[in-house]
Design a binder for this molecule. Structure first.
Ligand code: APR
Length: 279
């Protein structure tokens, strides 16, 4: 695909300003990997209804810890069977080009950015991820969900498997390392302060594949814009983030799927940074 002049100008201005290039991703970037989004026609909250949303809560976990774990293990099995797509891969290439000028803030819990090859240091998973669990008694740290669960859908083995979901340090129960609807963003578990600082250092901020259904992506883009960053939104469908980008000074929007748009954006940034005049 080719980019229009407004988008090319936005990228050029944002990169030339010399700050960081920050991507804020949502479920749409993984849609072409076959991972369900949340709010679209086939989105999880649309097809599975309000009952599914109520499972993504601390209240549900507190009341039904085993059912909650099983629901999360089902979700984990879905994402483990997916592979990163061209958009994820392009962001790995961009991190290699930009080094510490690159940051990725993702709302996604599918870990496809990390599996593609982005570093955990420069990737902030503000909603946690399905690969991890942590102690409910507060022992610090996230540990991987044991490999024994990779073949999940094996519910008959649950009585044996559930014993693996305990903290190795204190023996207390663990919980999935994901932020639930009735919880708050924090730094210790979700690096929210870090995400805000990264956004404030951006001179180019690209939102991709997010509906704005939870306000965090718009808040981060707003922090970046306030600090002078150029905003670009990538989404085949119109929404709040597109309108925010188009209203912001020098901002632009690409109405295309992530796997088409992100590799082209990355090519352009790479050419500019390496001093190749393809603009
Ligand atoms: N490329 C880019 N964007 C796409 C694509 C694609 N191929 N396919 C769909 N989209 C867009 C949709 O148009 C929609 O705007 O991705 C967006 C997905 O929106 P949501 O399903 O609301 O996902 P997201 O914005 O990431 O949700 C935020 O809400 O439920 C919570 O914690 C959950 O992290 C999630 C958060």
């Amino acid at each position: 695909m080719s980019l229009d002049d407004r988008t090319i100008e936005a990228i050029h201005t944002g990169v030339s300003a010399g700050g960081s290039v920050v991507f804020v991703s949502g479920a749409g970037i993984s849609a072409e990997s076959g991972v369900r989004t949340y709010r679209g026609e086939d989105g999880m909250w649309t097809t599975d209804g309000a009952a599914a949303m109520s499972k993504a809560t601390l209240a549900y976990f507190s009341r039904y810890p085993e059912r909650s774990w099983q629901w999360h293990l089902d979700r984990r099995a879905e994402v483990l069977s997916a592979e990163p797509n061209a958009a994820h891969e392009a962001l790995v290439r961009l991190e290699a080009v930009l080094g510490d000028r690159f940051a990725l803030i993702t709302q996604n819990v599918d870990r496809l950015h990390i599996r593609a090859g982005n570093s955990t240091r420069r990737t902030v998973e503000i909603h946690g991820h399905y690969g991890g669990m942590r102690c409910t008694a507060g022992c610090v740290g996230v540990v991987p969900i044991p490999n024994e669960f990779d073949a999940w859908r094996d519910e008959p083995n649950w009585p044996k498997l559930r014993d693996l979901l305990v903290c190795l340090r204190c023996g207390f129960a663990t919980r999935p390392h994901v932020l639930w609807f009735d919880e708050f963003y924090d730094e210790a578990n979700y690096r929210m302060k870090t995400a805000g600082s990264l956004a404030a250092r951006a001179s180019l901020c690209v939102t991709v594949g997010t509906s704005g259904g939870v306000p965090v992506a718009a808040r981060l883009a707003g922090i970046a814009a306030k600090a002078g960053a150029v905003l670009i939104d990538v989404n085949p469908t119109d929404g709040d983030l597109r309108q925010l980008a188009l209203r912001s000074p020098g901002g632009a929007a690409i109405a295309a799927p992530a796997s088409d748009a992100i590799p082209v954006i990355v090519d352009l940034i790479e050419s500019q940074v390496r001093g190749v005049d393809r603009i």
